[in-house]
Design a protein around this ligand. Sequence first.
Ligand SMILES: Cc1cc2nc3c(=O)[nH]c(=O)nc-3n(C[C@H](O)[C@H](O)[C@H](O)COP(=O)(O)O)c2cc1C
Length: 337
Amino acid sequence: MDLRTRYLGLSLRTPLIASASPLSGDVGLIRQMEDSGAGAVVLPSLFQEQIEEEARAADELARIGADSSPEASSYFPAVVTYNSGPHGYLDLVARARAAVDIPVIASLNGTTVAGWVDYARLIEQAGATALELNIYRIASGPGVTGGQAEADCVALLEAVRSRVKLPVAVKLHPYFSAFGDFAQQLDHAGADGLVLFNRLYQPDIDLLRLAWKNDATLSGAGEIRLGLLWLSVLSGRLPHASLAAGTGVDTAEEVIKYILAGANAVMTASSLLRHGPGHLRTLVSGLETWLSTRGFASVSAITGLMRPSHPDSEAEADERGSYIESLSSYQGPYVRH
Ligand SMILES: Cc1cc2nc3c(=O)[nH]c(=O)nc-3n(C[C@H](O)[C@H](O)[C@H](O)COP(=O)(O)O)c2cc1C
């Protein structure tokens, strides 16, 4: 069975990618993920705030003398321990590259164009195979228009793109008003791939302590549908960028559905955090079994197989038809047709 795929212009031996999480901050676990069938691994993100904080502290030390300890002044929580910090990150990149043969994709996570972007060049020099840019911004300011939020993302991609020759992927949340055009803009600005989607931070409220809960919850298979929709809309329509699916994989079924919708690669973090790095073996063998049972010889034979065949001009009408059909199809104890 030929499980190979192409993502970011790279040839991957399987379409399964371990996405950024604490697991990929550990080189021993990265090795296990390679042994279990990962086609590539994304390292945990290095955050814009961490890079800027380190630069600020270094400036302050230089200004007031090496004996003092400058106070942290940013909103960044000091609890991020799984990404090695700016100092250790380049070392993590180099150690991961030396430990495995699969592509090692480093990750930068930020929102605005500033000096921190230069870190991309250091990551390239440290030996990363590719770079994932996680643009995680909740544009909550009253004066920020949708167009401005998109333009800021494109400008950030262009800034990173101009620093490196590496393939660059952009990881995004789905809440942009016209995602189709936005994806075209990113493709035009040099994105080699799009990761659809990041999970947006969704807080909860602790009713006992009357406090916000900022805990990370793991995803479930019910969350793949938005990704299926946009992958099927964008698959085959971007001149350059390849597509990775990003949320909700728990079993091989989600992997297969994502590929059928048009994903060139499928990422998972929650399933590996829940079941362990060896779960990749279950995902890969489930994919392989399904392909052979259905008589397909390769992953490429099913990539985008289920994408709609209508012309672009009919896409919106078709999407609306499916929406109305889904509403009408509902049946339950209180609703019968
Ligand atoms: C504990 C935890 C840590 C994560 N850390 C990062 C990170 O450093 N950078 C990043 O881009 N995404 C990070 N993510 C998001 C995942 O890479 C992934 O995009 C998201 O969880 C959706 O995929 P999933 O449904 O397979 O979990 C993290 C997720 C979890 C649960």
